[in-house]
Design a protein around this ligand. Sequence first.
Ligand SMILES: [Zn+2]
Ligand SMILES: [Zn+2]
Length: 64
Amino acid sequence: MTAVYCGYCGKGLEEVDHAACTKRLRVIDPPRFCSACARRMVVQVTPSGWTATCSRHGEISSSA
Ligand SMILES: [Zn+2]
Ligand SMILES: [Zn+2]
């Protein structure tokens, strides 16, 4: 799937500068928004990292 929205703030990648978001996502935070549809994802923290599930696009995880 093509990333169109920021996984951290949910805004369009072209709309605003996401340098700070990218940094946060890389360091610690799981994405809260699906990068394909900007739906709010269900985030679960696991012993090995995290999983985030979009009701439409399925699950992604920190190990993927
Ligand atoms: Zn952002
Ligand atoms: Zn989605």
